[in-house]
Design a protein around this ligand. Structure first.
Ligand SMILES: Cc1cc2nc3c(=O)[nH]c(=O)nc-3n(C[C@H](O)[C@H](O)[C@H](O)COP(=O)(O)OP(=O)(O)OC[C@H]3O[C@@H](n4cnc5c(N)ncnc54)[C@H](O)[C@@H]3O)c2cc1C
Length: 457
């Protein structure tokens, strides 16, 4: 058995792990990064990037199909899934190469193999021990299923959906959260008959109710079927298809059932419990400085309870690197992390929902909703949707919620407004370029500041 040592040993090279590695290296620390699969993790290889490539291909298909409404004649001959997959894979592989180059440039000691936490701050890989002055756990998450629902064959997860080499005719999507809604959106654009089943009363149930209603309206127009507030009871598959049963007694026949019921922490079988790491339902709780219960052992990303998003993982990784380098970084405010669902239309938000704000600040919470019907650029794009602001009583804007095509790109401004605790009066005088969709944010703040421009109050 041989030993290596470093200032920081990291288990898992996904968003959280590699961000910590790069930032620590920039700060002059020696880093060992252990990865059993591919640097980049879920987001790059099975998550954010490939799904957004599919969503863009879907947008292109919609544009081709709907071009006549802009006076442009095209013929839509269908979707060549091999071509779509080639496009998607070319993006992933270009970014993967870039990431490998960055790891080299930062002189990160990249160890390929499966690591086991063996106690202290030591991880063992193929008989070799890597001990850090500090250890960071960043082993990510996996697609969950429901009790009694066995994955395989026609019952698939997002990992399988990303590698399909054909376009199914009919799909049932179990779960109306971000991942389910994004795949439903892609498939609908590819001409698939899609039904979403969600046990909670609305799609994207973690968003403000306003956003769910807007999205549901748009999905109805797009003929995406959805059943909300109803429990799934079982699925049976054979050579011809899968039959999905609901508690209501309804059944649906489909080619595939996509199970998108959330992601569980990938924390089993890595020696965590044996090493004395405190766990809560498989997750690794941390304090606000991302410390676990064990000395000099930190955790980031999807294994830490909270939002499972790549940019949260990036920021947490940077935080841990700066923390161990003694820079005393500011703890991360979870509510200040922007959230985007990249469906057609998109749903984007930062801060508190109206309900959460009322719980925190009482009934004096103010809201204002600006319809994209009044926004020139949205009309040019022929997208509908709205912007909703939530304001604390006599206080700043504490929640921003947007629905509409491309509104994900507006979340940067929304995030500054929330994180800088801006009052409507601070934002109202800021000039928004015309015609852009950002004007919708400007108009909503003008209205909340008592000086609406293109709105009758
Ligand atoms: C379909 C889908 C779409 C998504 N879209 C978005 C999006 O648009 N935007 C967004 O912000 N987030 C998105 N996410 C979520 C995002 O991918 C995750 O939040 C992010 O990848 C979490 O980063 P992480 O570092 O915690 O874990 P991961 O990225 O999962 O990385 C963990 C790494 O650890 C490695 N590992 C695990 N165990 C071991 C071991 N014992 N030894 C060695 N290596 C190990 C794994 O191989 C993996 O590479 C999406 C996720 C999915 C599934």
């Amino acid at each position: 058995m041989t030993d290596t040592s470093a200032d920081l040993v990291i288990l898992g090279g996904g968003s959280g792990g590699y961000a910590a590695a790069f930032r620590a290296a920039e700060l002059g620390l020696s880093v060992t990064l252990i990865e059993k699969d591919k640097l980049g993790g879920t987001c790059l290889h099975r998550g954010c990037i490939p799904t957004k490539a599919l969503l863009h291909a879907a947008e292109v298909a919609d544009s081709a199909r709907d071009s006549e409404q802009f006076g442009v004649k095209t013929t839509f001959d269908g979707v060549d899934i091999a071509g779509v997959n080639k496009y998607k894979e070319s993006i992933v592989s270009r970014l993967y190469k870039g990431l490998q180059g960055l790891a080299k440039a930062h002189k990160v000691n990249l160890v390929e193999g499966t690591g086991t936490f063996v106690g202290g701050t030591t991880v063992e890989v193929d008989g070799q021990r890597h001990t850090g002055k500090n250890l960071l756990l960043a082993t990510g998450s996996y697609a969950k299923s429901l009790p009694g629902l066995e994955l395989g064959g026609r019952i698939i997860t997002s990992d399988d959906a990303l590698t399909l080499d054909y376009i199914p005719e009919k799909v049932v999507v179990l779960g109306g959260g971000v991942i389910g809604v994004e795949f439903a959106s892609v498939w609908a654009s590819f001409g698939v008959d899609v039904t979403i089943v969600e046990a909670l009363p609305r799609l994207v149930p973690n968003e403000d109710e306003f956003a769910s209603k807007q999205l549901e309206r748009a999905f109805r127009r797009r003929k995406i079927n959805f059943k909300t507030g109803v429990r799934f009871t079982g699925a049976k598959q054979d050579d011809n298809g899968v039959t999905v049963s609901l508690e209501s007694g309804e059944t649906f026949e489909a080619d595939l059932l996509l199970v998108a019921v959330g992601r569980g922490p990938n924390t089993a079988g890595h020696g965590y419990e044996e090493a004395g790491l405190a766990m809560d339902r498989g997750f690794v709780p941390t304090d606000e400085r991302l410390r676990t219960n064990l000395p000099n052992v930190y955790a980031v990303g999807d294994i830490v309870p909270g939002l499972q998003l790549a940019h949260r993982g990036f920021q947490q990784g940077i935080f841990v690197a700066e923390e161990i380098a003694g820079l005393d970084p500011r703890p991360i405010d979870e509510a200040g992390i922007p959230r985007v669902t990249y469906s057609h239309p998109e749903v984007a938000s930062v801060g508190l929902s109206e309900d959460a704000a009322k719980e925190k600040y009482g009934s004096g919470v103010q809201t204002f909703t600006y319809d994209l019907g009044g926004n020139g650029k949205s009309q040019i794009l022929k997208t509908s949707g709205a912007v909703k602001l939530v304001k604390a009583p006599d206080g700043p804007v504490v929640g921003l919620h947007l629905v509409g095509d491309r509104v994900g790109e507006l979340i940067g401004e929304a995030q500054l407004i929330y994180n800088w605790e801006a009052f409507p009066e601070d934002v109202a005088p800021l000039i928004h370029a015309h015609p852009t969709q950002t004007e919708a944010l400007g108009e909503a703040h003008l209205a909340l500041a008592g000086k609406p421009l293109h709105v009758h109050s």
